[in-house]
Each structure stands twice: as structure tokens, then as C-alpha cells.
Design a protein around this ligand. Structure first.
Ligand code: NAD
Length: 519
């Protein structure tokens, strides 16, 4: 009878667990203008990183649902590509206003699903909003070129025309900004877009497409499907999808670049990073240390442009103890708590990985000046928190230097000369971003010219270009040849048609058959 009691208890708790589980809200697909429940049997639990409680269940969209999204995009393209550019511009104006009006709600969702602080989450939305604002200039951005009189009575002109159905695959760390790098740029050029947001925090994308619908995007112009590998493979292989924008890790980015290219698609792939900040002894100490701390530990280091590696040149190394003191003062807490400077990492696995990399640094001979691995946050004991951590005397052959840690961990190297610093930066396979801190113009110029990195800041720790420029990560941080947003974004989402036409004012017509190339 004791056994029966145990069994009964297990059945009862299983039952209530199932009931409880069923009451957890699900994330919907967004197909042809409707939010639709997936019929899948495969669900991914999404946890609040500060508590590890399940917030929503994300479907792995079925093949039929993904095919429905493509069919809807293909159909919508027929009319959307024919709308006037001014119509698309007007919709973008409305969309940008709606994003502004809903900034706080979007930020709250990002904090819930991704963990970053509320203020930083607003920054996430704001940087995406700037891309939408830039899209409002589409009549100028999509201008072609003309050359009058290339032969007698003959002119040539180019048009920038949309590609058709395009897709975007996004990472977890900027749940609003990165989808906004993609579908507004794609659609304003006349394409239709399918987004596969990160399965770890798709909520902001869902809110954004709701706003897009309110702004007047016709049904099918943007569709959202969910999942992980299967949905990615579907996008790479589907012949109706003409281009893929990807942002995320190296492993996924290289795979998607290769698989997508193999099936004839245009692919732009932004990947991992290891960004170096070079600190010269002539730098303004106060502002350099303030900027370093913000750029290394902000967003818990989960930014592809985080300044995760400091290279102290010469006497600048004397500032390291003060850097440690400043880092100690940062407040680690759940993102919605007032005054939190950094929130949790996205998952227990991400925390474990970051902690293991710190340990590898210790074992390989680095000096652990600040250790945030055992931090406890009151009220959020189950959260994935790591406090600011600093490893000094790191060498380029250490694992903690070679791997992107993607946590609030600064690795610090000491060198004697600027040339040594440049050699370290250029020997690193990544080329996303870098910064130099100096008060000497010639030093700054030498560094900007000689460092082989796509985005360089001079006394600017995270030099992410605004959308009138493009995001130009290079080398190991990028695959493809046209970057995200700005002029390059327009190029990525359009193809050029060149028309050469002959209109003679008189009706003389063409005389004499030419069978040779004209010279
Ligand atoms: P991730 O690669 O794990 O996930 C990104 C997307 O790829 C997700 O939608 C996911 O479903 C899919 N995916 C994941 N693994 C896959 C696989 N093996 N095959 C196919 N698809 C896969 O990346 P993440 O952890 O969400 O994001 C963090 C990474 O993104 C970091 O490396 C960071 O540097 C990078 N990132 C780069 C930039 C940039 O502009 N260079 C910007 C933001 C983030």
C-alpha cells in the first residue's frame, strides 16, 4: 500500500504538472498576417534567465507551416513589389512611430526573455528603430544611375529591383535590433521577408510584426516561423527563398553561409568576435577606464561588439588595479530591478561555458584579478548570473583568449609597444570591432590604418556604425560580400537591372546590318 501511495502521488503530481504546463502561453507562428498556433509536437521551453522559470513555449514550426509561410511570401511579393516606393515609405513612417510608442513594452519583453537591463533593452530597440528611420529615406536610397548619350540617341539606366522572398535568422542577444536590421530593409526595397527569430527570445520579433501589421504592412509581406536546426535547413534549401541574412555564432554562420550559397542564394553572415581595446599610456585615464568597464561588462558581455579583450601598452598597465576597483562596483541583478548594471546570462549552459573558460585561463597561467563566478543575487538564486570577471596576464595561446566567452569576462594582455598590440589584433582570426584609446592623433591614425578589423573606434569603445553607414565586421566575423544595413544593406536586398535604350528623334531608323561588335 505504501508503493500504491507513492505511485498515486506521482500520477497526481504528473497530472498537475501537465495541467500547469498546458497553461504556459505558447509563441505563435505569424503567417499571412495571422498569429497562428503551431500544430507541432516539438516545443522548446523558453526560460526567464533571471529565475529560470518557463515563460513561454516556442514551437518548432512544422514543414507545412514553413511551406505556408513561403507560399504567403511568394504570393504577397506579386503585389508588394508593385506598390509605389512612396507607399512603402509611408508605411515605414507609421512603423517607426509605433515602435517609439511601444518602446517600453518591447523593452520589458526583452528583459523578461533575454535578461538584459531595462535601460539596455530600450537601447536594443532604439538601435533597431534607427534602421527603420533610415528606411524612411528609401526613395533616395534605392535610386539607380543613368548615363545619357552613351551612343547617338542612346541612354543607359539602372534600376535597383527587389529579389523576391528573403529570409532572416537571428541570434538571442539583440532580440529587437537584429530583426530590425533585416525585415524593414528587405521589405522597404520591395521584397517579402520570412524571419526565424532566436528560439531563445522570439517575443520582441512577435511584437514587432504585430506593429508592422498595424502600420499597414499587407498580409504576407512579413512572416515568422520558429525553431532551430530544421527551420534553418528549410530556409537554406527552399528554392523560393532568394537570400538569407544571418547573425549569430561561427558554427551556425559558416554552416548557413555554405548551405545557403550551395543552393544558389545570396547570404550575408555576421558571426562571432573577440574585440580588442588598445590602451595607450597617453590616453585620458578617467574616460578610458569608464568606457572599458561599460563596454566589457554591459549586457553581461553578451554583445558581439563587447570590448572583451584589453591590451595595455607600456605604462598604461599601471591602471589595471583601478579598472578592477571600478568593475567591482557594478551591480548585478535581474534586468528589471532598478539600478541593475548587468543582468544574467541567457542560460545555465552559457554560464557554465563562461565559468569553464575562466577556469581554463587560471589553469593556463592567467591571473584572476576579479572572480564573479560564485555571485549570488538575492531573490534570484536560480538565475544565470556571473559577476564582472577580469583575467590578467593572458597570452594569445590561452583558450580564454582564443574563444569568444560571451559573458562579463574581460581578458587583459600587457605589451610594450603599439606595434606589438597591432600584431596581436591582426593575428586574431576575428575582425568585428576594435578600439584605441589615445590622445595622440598620429597613434590613432596608425592604428586605424594598420589594424585589420572592419570597425575601428578612436576613443569610442563600441564603434557600431549608425545606419547611414553599414555594419562592417570583417575576416572571421563575416561571410559574404555586402554587409548589413546602410548602402550595403540596400545592395544586398536588391538586384540591378540595366536598360539601354535607343530613341531616335527622326524616323531614320537603323541602316546597314552590323555583324561585328560596335567600336
Ligand atoms: P547561435 O548561432 O546559437 O544562434 C543564431 C541562430 O542560428 C538562431 O536562430 C539559431 O536557431 C540558429 N542556430 C544555432 N545553432 C545552429 C546550428 N548549429 N545550425 C543551424 N542553425 C543554428 O547564436 P546565439 O548564441 O543566438 O548568438 C550569439 C552569437 O552571435 C555570438 O557568437 C555573437 O558574437 C554573435 N553575434 C554576432 C553579431 C555580429 O553582428 N557579428 C551580432 C550579434 C551576435
Amino acid at each position: 500500500s505504501a508503493l500504491r501511495l507513492v505511485l498515486a502521488k506521482q500520477i497526481l503530481s504528473g497530472h498537475s504538472f501537465r495541467r500547469c504546463y498546458a497553461s504556459i502561453p505558447t509563441t505563435k507562428n505569424f503567417i499571412n498576417g495571422e498569429f497562428v498556433e503551431s500544430k507541432t509536437t516539438k516545443w522548446i521551453d523558453l526560460h526567464n534567465p533571471a529565475t529560470n522559470e518557463v515563460v513561454t513555449r516556442v514551437p518548432e514550426s512544422t514543414k507545412e507551416e514553413m511551406e505556408a509561410a513561403v507560399a504567403s511570401s511568394r504570393e504577397a511579393f506579386k503585389s508588394w513589389s508593385q506598390t509605389t516606393i512612396l507607399t512603402r515609405q509611408q508605411i515605414m513612417f507609421k512603423f517607426q512611430q509605433l515602435i517609439k510608442d511601444n518602446m517600453k513594452k518591447l523593452a520589458a519583453n526583452i528583459t523578461l526573455e533575454q535578461g538584459k537591463t531595462l535601460v539596455d533593452a530600450e537601447g536594443d530597440v532604439y538601435r533597431g528603430l534607427q534602421v527603420v528611420e533610415h528606411c524612411c529615406s528609401i526613395p533616395s536610397l534605392q535610386l539607380g544611375e543613368t548615363l545619357h548619350g552613351i551612343a547617338k540617341d542612346m541612354d543607359t539606366m539602372t534600376f535597383r529591383l527587389p529579389l523576391g522572398v528573403v529570409a532572416g535568422i537571428t541570434p538571442f542577444n539583440f532580440p529587437a535590433m537584429i530583426p530590425l536590421w533585416m525585415f524593414p530593409m528587405a521589405t522597404v526595397c520591395g521584397n517579402t521577408s520570412i524571419i526565424k527569430p532566436s528560439e531563445r527570445d522570439p517575443g520582441a520579433t512577435m511584437m514587432l510584426v504585430q506593429l508592422a501589421k498595424e502600420a499597414g504592412f499587407p498580409d504576407g509581406v512579413v512572416n515568422v516561423i520558429h525553431g532551430a536546426h530544421d527551420s534553418v535547413n528549410f530556409i537554406c534549401d527552399n528554392p523560393d527563398i532568394k537570400a538569407i541574412s544571418f547573425v549569430g555564432s561561427d558554427q551556425a554562420g559558416q554552416y548557413i553561409y555554405e548551405r545557403g550559397s550551395r543552393s544558389g542564394k545570396r547570404v550575408q553572415s555576421n558571426m562571432g568576435a573577440k574585440n580588442h581595446g588598445v590602451i595607450m599610456p597617453d590616453a585620458n585615464k578617467e574616460s578610458t577606464l569608464t568606457q572599458l568597464v561599460g563596454a566589457a561588462f554591459g549586457a553581461a558581455g553578451q554583445r558581439c561588439m563587447a570590448l572583451s579583450t584589453a591590451v595595455f601598452v607600456g605604462e598604461a598597465r599601471k591602471w589595471i588595479p583601478e579598472l578592477v576597483e571600478r568593475a567591482k562596483k557594478l551591480k548585478v541583478n535581474a534586468g528589471h530591478e532598478p539600478n541593475a548594471d548587468l543582468g544574467p546570462l541567457i542560460s545555465p549552459k552559457a554560464k557554465e561555458r563562461a565559468c569553464n573558460l575562466v577556469q581554463s585561463g587560471v589553469e593556463e597561467g592567467a591571473e584572476l584579478l576579479l572572480d564573479g563566478r560564485d555571485i549570488k543575487v538575492k531573490g534570484y538564486e536560480k538565475g544565470n548570473f556571473v559577476g564582472p570577471t577580469i583575467l590578467n596576464k593572458v597570452k594569445p595561446d590561452m583558450t580564454c583568449y582564443k574563444e569568444e566567452i560571451f559573458g562579463p569576462v574581460l581578458v587583459s594582455l600587457e605589451v610594450d609597444t603599439l606595434d606589438e598590440a597591432i600584431s596581436i589584433v591582426n593575428s586574431n582570426p576575428y575582425g568585428n570591432g576594435t578600439a584605441i584609446f589615445t590622445t595622440n592623433g598620429a597613434t590613432a591614425r596608425k592604428y586605424t590604418m594598420e589594424s585589420d578589423v572592419g570597425q575601428v573606434g578612436v576613443n569610442v569603445p563600441i564603434p557600431v556604425p549608425l545606419p547611414m553607414f553599414s555594419f562592417t565586421g570583417s575576416r572571421g566575423s563575416f561571410r559574404g560580400d555586402t554587409n548589413f544595413y546602410g548602402k550595403q544593406g540596400i545592395q544586398f536586398y536588391t538586384q540591378v537591372k540595366t536598360v539601354t535604350q535607343l530613341w531616335k528623334a527622326d524616323d531614320a531608323g537603323i541602316t546597314g546590318t552590323a555583324t561585328t561588335m560596335p567600336i
